[in-house]
Structures are given as structure tokens and as C-alpha cells.
Design a protein around this ligand. Structure first.
Ligand code: LAG
Ligand code: CA
Length: 500
């Protein structure tokens, strides 16, 4: 069970900044130990996103209302919304046939309704913009919404006759062979996908119109798919006319020694930083100590330009990062990401699979069935292929989203590491211990948390008005917290879950 009945609802997590500050002041007044000056509330930041991979628009709308908003998620990233090729595989989404907003994930009307519902829940909506290419189909076909097409002809949109496609002439089949050659990467085809001539004004204008259409429905931002395969100035051109504040998150996969780097794209907006997920995988398999310093150095985009993630739909399949298959270890990676100050976190949430191509569950027509989370989502849940993993609903993940809303932008004031465990404290407002070892951590750790007894917010927290904790509790006294953390698990405490 992840939902608490009303007396146990941690409503404080969703209060706007001012109300949160007031609630904390109240909390301080009600406790004998008081809350120190260092515990003044930092501004509530709802910066955590969730990629609801292959979720339908009606399912996302419901999730925004029922879970994402209440848990404190700030934004959701959807799969691509445009018309696509037919087929049961998930990656048909990445082969656009037209920019009609009709896909097996839902209709234009359902998309608009999803945006309305998410906004009402305080959740912004980003969609995946596949604009580097069209289909990779050698044979002509018909798309999901009925549009006819062939490889280099999309009637009413793009055609070879109009010069809308690249034919790089540099490689066999015009496909990218070497990532050491920037011209190939940008003007040859990615896996036979018809490469748009994004340097041309008429192509840029069509992409801009597609994005503007989504913005007209209330969409707040975009993941720019395959950004590495377009010049930064092309992306600048088709995003220039978006309203100020529209989010731009560019997928530029960092590759060592490659001429194209994420840094070349920072003038356009944020980038998805792949280094963090790769590094945390290595550290959780070896020495965890340095994990708290992740995010610095030449392989990391600046924090304010980085979207940080443990895994995404590609890396959970190519195994370059941890994934739900790694169970408890994977969960610890999400906890670490949400605890830290590096980047804007993006939680991945997909479905279980055996076959990397297998699509989500569909009806006879190929429409994707609405996602639903099981009764007890978590790293230990037994999953069949096609079951929704619902990482965003795992108590430790959702609990850390709430913790992050409480600590806000507070700085890291405590760090601790011993053996296979680390701890981190933010601004005297929150503290977390991650135990990646095979034995329990039972010790006292220096902390800036004010004295008192705290409920573990990864195990349900506590009633606002005091009383018993749902999970375990830990006591802070004399500037130290006494913790008991089982193997391969994490616990977290914050000033909103102090027992009165
Ligand atoms: C991306 N980012 O740059 C997406 O995150 C990634 O998921 C997309 O690949 C890729 N770029 C293109 O948008 C996915 C699958 C591929 C699939 C492709 C197009 O990982 O496997 O290719 O989408 O649907 C598939 C076949 C290829 C075939 C191609 C064209 O696997 O063998 O050549 O379709 O028919
Ligand atoms: Ca290209």
C-alpha cells in the first residue's frame, strides 16, 4: 500500500512555499526541542520529473491527479505524441509519419485533456520531440492516423522533391558509421531513419509549427530527441519562436572522444547528462564513497543545465546504466539522485520486458492499454513482461521526492561515508543514509538536523500531528543521529516528519 488514509496524509509536502514555511514554524512551536534557525524553510522546489514511458494520455492524466501532484513531482515527460509507423514495438513512436497528434498513446483531445489535468495537479508536461528524422521504412506504408507515406515522401509535409532530406553520400546506404565524424553524425541517417535537412528554413519552419501546436495545447517543454544528430544552430532556429520559459531538454549522448559534445548545445537549453547514471552504476558495484561528489569535472554539464537520470528507455535496454532489473541497488541510485544537488532529476518509469523491442500491452488495434501500478509497487515486486514497473510510485522514490520538496534548495551541510554506506544532510532540514552493503549500518552520524525523533519518510513518514511512525524512527541528540539501516536500503528523515 502506498496510499495513506487521511489522518496519515503528509499534506505538508505539497504546500506552497509560504504555507510550508508557516507549517514548519508551527511545527517548531509545537515541539519541546524547537527548530533551530538553520531549519528555516527553503523555497519549495518541485523540480523532479518522471518519464512515463509509453503511458497513454488518459493514464498520465489520472496519474497526475492521483499520484504525481500529491507526491510532489513537478513535471512529466511523455513518449512522442505524433503519428507514427504501425507495428507493435515500442520504437514505432520514434518513426514519425506526420505531425498529427494522433498516436496509439491517444488522440489530440486526450492529449489536451491530459495537459489540463496535469496542470491542475501542479505538474508541467514535456513531450518527446522526434524532429531529426522521419521513418526508416524502405517500403511505402500508412501511419497510425491513416497518412500515406514513403521513405522520403510525407505528403503535405516533407519530400525529396522539395529537398527536405539529407542524402549524405558519405557512407554505404547513407547511414552513420563513425561518431568521430560530425558531418556524418548530423547529415547521414541514424539506422536508416530519413534524415531531415534541419539547416533549411522550410524544414525548420515545419518543426517550429509542430512544437507551436503542442504549446497551443499547453505543453510546457520538450525533450529534443537525437539532438546530437542536428547542429546546435538548427535547434536554436526551430526553438527560437517558442514562448519564453518553454523547456528545452536536448538528448546529446556523451561519448568519450567524440567531436560533438553536450556543451555545444547549452545555449539552447538543458541537456540530458548521461555521465551520472553511468558513474553511479559503477560506484554501486564497487566503491560507493565518491558517489556524493558526482556531478563535478569535465564529464558533467553544469548543474543548472543538466537533467540527471539513473536510466531511460534506451539505457535500461542497452544496460549502460542500472535499471529496474537491479532491484534494490537501482532504488538506491534513485535515492542518491534525489538526495543530491546536481542537476534536475528525471525518474524513469516504464514496463517490464524480456525482449528489447517488445512494446507495451496493446489492444487488437494496436492502441496501448492504460497503465496501472500494482498494489505494492517496489523493487521486490514480481513482474511479468508488460507489467508497469511504476518506479515513481516505489515508496523510497516517492518518499525522496517529498523529502526533496522539504529541503528545497538547501545546501549540503553534512556528508559521511564508511564502508559501503554514505550519508548526506541538506541545510538542517533533511538527512539520508544509503547503505549499499551486505550488513546493517548501526551507528551515530553527525547531523545538522535539530534534536528530536524523526520518522523514516521512505517508509511512510508520520502523521503531521505526531504519533507513531509508519516505519522506523531515528533520534537526533547532541548533533548526532542514531541510525539502524538494513543492508541494501536507505532511510531518510526531514523536519516535516519529526514526531511531536
Ligand atoms: C533516440 N534518441 O536519440 C531515442 O531515444 C531512441 O530510442 C531511438 O531509437 C532513436 N533515437 C531514434 O529516434 C529507437 C530504437 C531503435 C529503432 C528506432 C526507430 O532504439 O531500435 O530502430 O527507435 O524506431 C528500429 C530498428 C532498426 C531500424 C529502424 C528503422 O531497431 O533496426 O533500422 O527502426 O526502421
Ligand atoms: Ca540529422
Amino acid at each position: 500500500m502506498t496510499h495513506r488514509t487521511p489522518p496519515f496524509t503528509r499534506t505538508r509536502r505539497l504546500l506552497p512555499t509560504v504555507a510550508l514555511a508557516a507549517a514548519l514554524a508551527l511545527l517548531a512551536g509545537c515541539t519541546t526541542s524547537g527548530v533551530s534557525a538553520s531549519a528555516t524553510a527553503a523555497p519549495a522546489v518541485r523540480d523532479v520529473g518522471v518519464q512515463l514511458f509509453q503511458w497513454t494520455w488518459p493514464a498520465i492524466a489520472r496519474e497526475c491527479t492521483d499520484r504525481l501532484g500529491p507526491a510532489g513531482y513537478g513535471w512529466v515527460l511523455t513518449s512522442p505524441p505524433q503519428e507514427h509507423v504501425l507495428g507493435s514495438q515500442w520504437w514505432t513512436s520514434y518513426q514519425p509519419v506526420s505531425y498529427r497528434l494522433e498516436s496509439r498513446l491517444g488522440t489530440r483531445e486526450q492529449l489536451a485533456a491530459m495537459v489540463t489535468a496535469c496542470h491542475a495537479a501542479g505538474v508541467r508536461v514535456y513531450t518527446d520531440a522526434v524532429v531529426n528524422h522521419m521513418t526508416g521504412q524502405d517500403a511505402p506504408g500508412v501511419g497510425w492516423a491513416g497518412s500515406s507515406y514513403s521513405h522520403y515522401d510525407y505528403p503535405g509535409l516533407y519530400s525529396d522533391a522539395a529537398g527536405d532530406f539529407h542524402h549524405c553520400g558519405l557512407t554505404p546506404g547513407d547511414d552513420i558509421v563513425s561518431y568521430q565524424d560530425a558531418t556524418q553524425v548530423r547529415t547521414c541517417q541514424l539506422s536508416n531513419l530519413a534524415d531531415l535537412a534541419t539547416e533549411k528554413p522550410q524544414v525548420r519552419q515545419k518543426i517550429a509549427a509542430y512544437l507551436a501546436d503542442l504549446v497551443s495545447l499547453g505543453v510546457d517543454g520538450f525533450r529534443i530527441d537525437a539532438a546530437k544528430h542536428m547542429a546546435p544552430e538548427d535547434i536554436a532556429a526551430f526553438t527560437a519562436s517558442l514562448p519564453a520559459g518553454t523547456g528545452v531538454v536536448q538528448e546529446v549522448i556523451r561519448g568519450s572522444g567524440e567531436p560533438i559534445t553536450p556543451e555545444q548545445y547549452l545555449a539552447n537549453g538543458k541537456v540530458l547528462e548521461f555521465s551520472w547514471g553511468r558513474d553511479v552504476k559503477g560506484m554501486l558495484a564497487g566503491s560507493i564513497g565518491p558517489v556524493l561528489a558526482l556531478g563535478t569535472g569535465s564529464r558533467y554539464a553544469p548543474s543548472d543545465k543538466a537533467v540527471v537520470f539513473v536510466d531511460n528507455h534506451d539505457t535500461e535496454r542497452n544496460r549502460s546504466t542500472l535499471s529496474y532489473r537491479d532491484g534494490a541497488t537501482y532504488q538506491l541510485a534513485d535515492v542518491l539522485m534525489l538526495a543530491g544537488t546536481y542537476g534536475t532529476p528525471l525518474v524513469h518509469s516504464g514496463y517490464a520486458f524480456d525482449d528489447r523491442d517488445a512494446g507495451p500491452r496493446q489492444d487488437a488495434r494496436g492502441a496501448v492499454l492504460d497503465a496501472a501500478c500494482g498494489a505494492a509497487p517496489g523493487p521486490g515486486a514480481a513482474l511479468q513482461p508488460g507489467d508497469w514497473v511504476c518506479q515513481h510510485a516505489w515508496p523510497a522514490v516517492a518518499g525522496m521526492v517529498g523529502w526533496r520538496a522539504v529541503v528545497g534548495s538547501a545546501a549540503v551541510v553534512d556528508t559521511w561515508s564508511e564502508g559501503d554506506a554514505v550519508a548526506l544532510g541538506r541545510g538542517g532540514l533533511g538527512f539520508v543514509v544509503v547503505n549499499n552493503g551486505d550488513s546493517p549500518v548501526a551507528t551515530s552520524i553527525p547531523t545538522h538536523l535539530p534534536a528530536g525523533t524523526y520518522c523514516d519518510v521512505l517508509a511512510g513518514g508520520a502523521p503531521v500531528s505526531g504519533g507513531r511512525c509508519t516505519g522506523s524512527s531515528a533520534t537526533v541528540k547532541g548533533g548526532e543521529i542514531v541510525v539502524q539501516v538494513p543492508p541494501r536500503s536507505a532511510q531518510a528523515w526531514d523536519v516535516s516528519a519529526r514526531r511531536g
